[in-house]
Design a protein around this ligand. Structure first.
Ligand code: SF4
Length: 372
């Protein structure tokens, strides 16, 4: 029996995945999307609140997936114990794998799955792409809704003949000649890259390119090969950071409370701080100023994060949390943050703190499964 394609979306508790859920409900109500969240048991309470708000807006349950759900402990502590207290770090992100990715793959099994991912039009990453051939990622906020793997499959130099034939049926007549000209150019590593070819095709006709990809997929084993109709083919919208905040505000779901600017003063200088991302309260990806935010705004959670540290296992390689909250260190971190923020503000057109923090947060290789 041919398996039905499942449409799924992971809700991390961050702004982008929440906005994507709103966007999909508003624009593609015909897609029966299964929403899920992979709960580590260590998220901020604001994250759980956002998920509850979203459920009300969607009128649908967001399935709570929990690793080791037969354990009396929460997922993070259960796994940590099995690793004798070895805390995760950017090089050893066992938390992402065991508590997020593995539970997702178990949830979808071997079913053909289209997974919607909230990477924005102003970001240049693909996020988590499952290595399972049965899972296909789609990025509705970007002009290029397809993963790199799919674009490679379609724009393979050996398939130029087939794409030219399909273009005759799919591309608007006024754009056909140039579209076929672009399609017929072979890509070479440096002279004319696949990315350049893709961008030119998309700029010429986004919906035309999308229709071409969908037809090409029908010759493959990717999940969308089984769908005769895929409404996102006609999606020409690109959503940026401000659009995300607008969607959250206008829907009534709201911006997660941890984004709220809170004022502080140090050495006579005033500034604001907040937390820039969702994820576990002790996440090792957070910036020093976010640790200080946690210490000052959620002292109970900071104290719990401290309890995990031992001589050999710390959240930051350079210093323990006990060292980080020494008054002189707190002052230095705040002053450094103000300096950095001023520099970034000067180099950017936007002076909105949320833009600065969000962009800055993407400088590091953050955990897409936790923060989108
Ligand atoms: S939020 Fe951070 S600590 Fe939590 S699972 Fe993701 S990477 Fe690990």
């Amino acid at each position: 029996m041919v398996k039905k394609v499942r449409h799924v979306m992971g809700i991390s508790g961050g702004k982008d995945s929440a906005a994507l859920a709103i966007y999909m409900k508003d624009n593609y109500p015909e897609l029966d999307i299964e929403y899920y969240t992979a709960d580590t048991g260590k998220e901020l309470k604001e994250t759980y609140q956002l998920i509850n708000n979203l459920e009300v807006y969607l009128g649908k349950k967001i399935l709570r997936l929990r690793a080791y759900d037969d354990s009396p402990e929460n997922p993070f502590d259960h796994k940590l114990k099995s690793l004798s207290g070895f805390l995760p770090n950017p090089q050893h992100r066992w938390c992402t794998k065991s508590l997020k990715l593995d539970v997702f793959e178990e949830f979808v099994g071997n079913d053909p799955v289209v997974s919607y991912v909230g990477i924005r039009g102003d970001e240049s990453r693909d996020g988590y792409i499952s290595s399972k051939g049965t899972i296909q990622s789609i990025f509705p906020f970007r002009q290029n809704i397809w993963s790199q793997e799919i674009n490679k499959f379609v724009l393979d130099n050996n398939k130029i003949g087939l794409t030219l034939q399909l273009a005759d049926q799919l591309i608007p007549v006024e754009k056909l000649e140039r579209f076929k000209e672009l399609l017929s150019f072979k890509t070479f590593d440096e002279l004319f890259t696949m990315e350049q070819k893709l961008l030119q095709l998309l700029n010429l006709s986004t919906s035309g390119y999308n229709a071409l990809v969908h037809e090409m997929l029908k010759t493959s084993r990717y999940p969308l090969a089984k769908e005769n109709h895929f409404p996102l083919i006609n999606n020409e919208e690109v959503l940026l950071l401000d659009d995300i905040f607008d969607l959250l505000e206008k829907s009534g779901v709201g911006i997660p409370a941890y984004y709220k600017d809170i004022e502080f003063e140090v050495d006579g200088q005033k500034a604001t701080y907040n937390r820039s991302r969702s994820g576990c309260y002790f996440c090792f990806f957070q910036q020093k100023i976010e640790w200080i935010w946690l210490y000052e705004q959620h002292p109970d959670m900071f104290a719990k994060a401290m309890e995990y540290e031992r001589d050999d296992f710390m959240w930051n390689m350079e210093e323990s949390l006990a060292q980080l909250i020494q008054p002189e260190r707190v002052k230095a971190i705040k002053l450094d943050y103000i300096k950095r923020k001023t520099r970034i503000e000067k180099s950017k057109k936007s002076n909105k703190l949320r833009d600065i923090l969000a962009d800055d947060a993407e400088v590091d290789l953050a955990c897409a499964s936790c923060f989108i």
